[in-house]
Design a protein around this ligand. Sequence first.
Ligand code: AQP
Length: 340
Amino acid sequence: MAEKAFTPRVFSGIKPSGGLTLGNYLGAIKRWAEMQGKGLETIYCVVDLHAITVWQDPADLRHGTREVMAGLIAAGIDPESSILFNQSQVPAHAELAWIFNCVARVGWMNRMTQFKDKAGKNAEKASLGLYAYPALMAADILAYHATHVPVGEDQKQHVELTRDIAAKFNHDYKVDFFPLTEPVIEGPATRVMNLRDGSRKMSKSGESDMERINMLDDADTIAKKFRKARTDPEPLPDSLEALDNRPEARNLVSIYAGLADMTPEAVIAEFAGAGWGRFKPALADLAVEKLSPISDEMKRLMGDETELDRLMARGAERAEAIARPILEQTYDIVGLVRSR
Ligand code: AQP
């Protein structure tokens, strides 16, 4: 069967599971904003149903959902040119996820490294939702027939699983209904690492606040966190390859490149031979310059929750108009009777 051509459409999501980090910004949000206005439909979602796969205090979740919404708008996602909403207001996500729970195989889920990382040694006590997370993520994407998903490196495996689910569904039901979505993992900072341990990624929910830069950190806090960031004693080399075995140094160079819209090679060319006493303050100044207008705007937007809620409701209506017909066609393909 010739593969159907799907209209290019971008979807991506972010969990309101804590304050936004520099990793979320460079790996995802900044790139989402850049994908707007290029003739593609862009759909961005605050994935609150994913957040509750681990315990969330209800008041914190409500606050966090509005804060992430404010952060996305402050970072340049335009709620008019993009569709921007929170996941739980569009029930098609959860409904399609059930269908995909019945398509995905247990063996596929067992290979997901994020579950292993997050569940750790206590996998028996993890929620069933955490285990099934990738099927919900596949539903988020495929409910819109999205063709492109801009994500950080850590989400690559889940987007690949989305392709496997789409391919199995199409094969089992002998249709060409779901697209084989492409992960879009681009830019100099697709995996921003923890500032205290260059072998672990920077996360919202990491144990220590010193290991991450939060989007709402003030200038002094940003400077302090970079000053205390773990590094080795060597100065910066004159080639990128020389950073291959220096993960902490490589991370700070990548962060600089991401913030400055430069290649890591250009950063190395500018700072070759520099010690950390020169590089870290330059990095902190750059981070403050880029992040403070966003955090100021975020705080302003957070002052009007009614407006944020109105924007989420409007985005959800626009999202629903795309997702509901796709869900109904899925039900028809599967053989579920719809008589009302
Ligand atoms: N460190 C990172 N470097 C680059 N990209 C990152 N992303 C997350 N961390 C980094 C990207 O941000 C988007 C939204 O991620 P998410 O909130 O859905 O979940 P996550 O990947 O699990 O993010 P966190 O910050 O680690 O959250 P917690 O601690 O709550 O699990 C995704 O595109 C992701 O790739």
